[in-house]
Design a binder for this molecule. Structure first.
Ligand code: ADP
Length: 499
């Protein structure tokens, strides 16, 4: 087993990893930027080292500095979390050279998966169905025109080294192609340092469904079923669930096996996710995320498998603690990403001081958070401050529980997207499980529903803020509980819970 783990990340995921370390009796080392001195994860860690100024390029992305701290503190493994250095083959390579265990796939596999065109080709070889498109990059216009014509419009042009939905351009017809090609190449070059782009068929309103994979150093690979992540804004996931209302048990077994076989085929070590678009009953491979994902807890809630502990075991050379035939899926889990952003102002980030923080509890609730009362959310990073995850025996129970929990969740001082989540949980199409990646744009009533909810709560929130200003804590607690009572949704709405 590894002896000491440095966590090269921040916020809720750093704490998530440290919790696993603590359960395994492994000391954890935090690295943090000057902006994160007061962050919860810095205090949670067994030891913490400042690695530089606030901008991520000067701290969390500084490979040399992170490795230096690992060596100085005697950490023999590094967990990269998600984002930052987590899928950076150069970082994995640097760890390999220093004989520090990178908790994730080898630099070779990271390089392969980071190049989306190469990954597509490899997946075709491994028998995985992919979105119709090219298995080479496209560059000059004439050739791209022929390829697009063959695939059939609409098409989508994507940076090969991309991520986070950045730079992807939808092209409706040939007239738009030249400009789209040029702009995607320009964004790819400035953002990812690589001008390579490729082209795929654009599916009109697919579901985003992904499979959780685990592979060990003994050549075993299993899947833990799927997550549905169709609720996205600007290609960023907001709400995820497991299982997917669209997947039947037979589909789960078939696609899960295809995904696990592909992981075995490429010699995948660690936790990973194979993302698919699902349209007209068919799956199409999108990409592999070679790391733990933000939404991993929904899988943990339904399978009982601690994905981070598995990652650490795998990195320590141990076999997977569970065999495919032992994996059981129990009930339904939903995750809402709680972001510090203003739902009434196009969801712009709202860093600032949290004046009061009260998180929900009770049966079936999990909160993975990186914040606390009086914590100041810094402006330099992602706006995700916590994840609210609920479990229920079926989808209906999970939705009712999520509604209840969202109304218990009180964050005063910074605006959050909680009202948006409340509106989604009450939305009839969501309740029916009729999802697609364009769900948010197409549910045109959502924003008004959210305003109505915010209006309903306004006077109570103002009272609460006022009481907190006056430090009348007892009265503030009363206001908090009153706010939870604004929860006005009738119980027992049925859903077509599905598969
Ligand atoms: P990134 O790695 O930049 O996040 P992905 O390839 O994973 O990009 O795609 C992110 C999201 O973009 C998907 O979940 C989906 O909503 C949309 N998308 C990507 N490719 C297609 C496609 N071919 N057709 C329709 N939507 C797509």
């Amino acid at each position: 087993m590894v002896n000491k783990i440095l966590i090269a990340n921040r916020g809720e995921i750093a704490i998530r990893v440290m919790r696993a370390c603590r359960e395994m009796g492994i000391p954890s080392v935090a690295v943090y930027s000057e902006a994160d001195k007061e962050a919860l994860f810095v205090n949670y860690a067994d030891e913490a080292h400042c690695i530089g100024p606030p901008p991520a390029t000067a701290s969390y992305l500084n490979i040399q500095k992170v490795i230096e701290v690992a060596k100085e503190s005697g950490a023999d493994a590094i967990h990269p979390g998600y984002g930052f250095l987590s899928e950076n083959p150069k970082f994995a390579r640097a760890c390999e050279e220093e004989e520090i265990k990178f908790i994730g796939p080898s630099s070779r596999v990271l390089k392969l998966m980071g190049d989306k065109v190469a990954a597509r080709r490899e997946m075709v070889r491994a028998g995985v169905p992919v979105v119709p498109g090219t298995d080479e990059c496209v560059a000059e216009f004439e050739k791209t025109k022929d390829i697009a014509k063959e695939i059939g419009y609409p098409v989508i042009i994507k940076p090969s080294g991309g991520g986070g939905g950045i730079g992807m351009t939808i092209v409706a017809n040939e007239g738009e192609l030249a400009k789209a090609l040029e702009s995607t190449q320009a964004i790819a070059t400035t953002t990812f340092g690589l001008c390579d782009v490729y082209i795929e068929k654009y599916l009109s309103n697919p579901r985003h469904i992904e499979f959780q994979l685990l592979g060990d150093s003994k050549g075993n690979a299993i899947h833990l079923g799927e997550r549905e992540c169709s609720i996205q804004r600007r290609h960023q996931k907001l709400i995820e669930e497991s299982p997917s209302p669209a997947v039947t048990p037979a589909m789960r077994i078939k696609m899960g096996e295809i995904a696990a076989n592909a992981a075995r085929y490429v010699g995948y070590e660690g936790a990973g996710t194979m993302e698919f678009l699902f349209s007209d009953g068919k799956f199409y491979f999108l990409e592999v995320n070679a790391r733990v994902q933000v939404e991993h807890p929904v899988t943990e809630m339904v399978t009982g498998v601690d994905i981070v502990i598995e990652q650490i075991r795998i990195a320590s050379g141990l076999p997977l603690s569970i065999k495919q035939e032992e994996v059981r899926w129990n009930g339904w889990a939903i995750e809402c990403r709680i972001n510090a952003e203003d739902p009434l102002n196009d969801f712009v980030p709202t860093p600032g001081k949290i004046k009061s923080y009260h998180s929900p509890g009770g049966i079936g609730i999990r909160v993975d958070s990186g914040v606390y009362t009086h914590y100041t959310v810094p402006p330099f990073y992602d706006s995700l401050i916590s994840k609210l995850i609920v479990w229920g025996r079926d989808r209906n129970e999970a939705i009712m529980r999520m509604r209840r929990a969202l109304y218990e969740y009180i964050i005063v001082g910074v605006k959050t997207n909680i009202p948006f989540h409340k509106a989604v949980m009450e939305n009839p199409r969501f309740v029916k499980g009729e999802l697609g990646t364009h769900y948010i744009e197409r549910e045109t009533t959502l924003i008004n529903d959210m305003r109505r909810i915010m209006e309903r709560e306004k006077s109570l929130e103002e009272r609460l803020s006022h009481l907190l200003e006056g430090k009348k804590r007892i009265a503030a607690i009363a206001a908090v509980t009153a706010l939870a009572r604004t929860y006005g949704v009738p119980y027992g709405q049925s859903t077509n819970g599905g598969g």
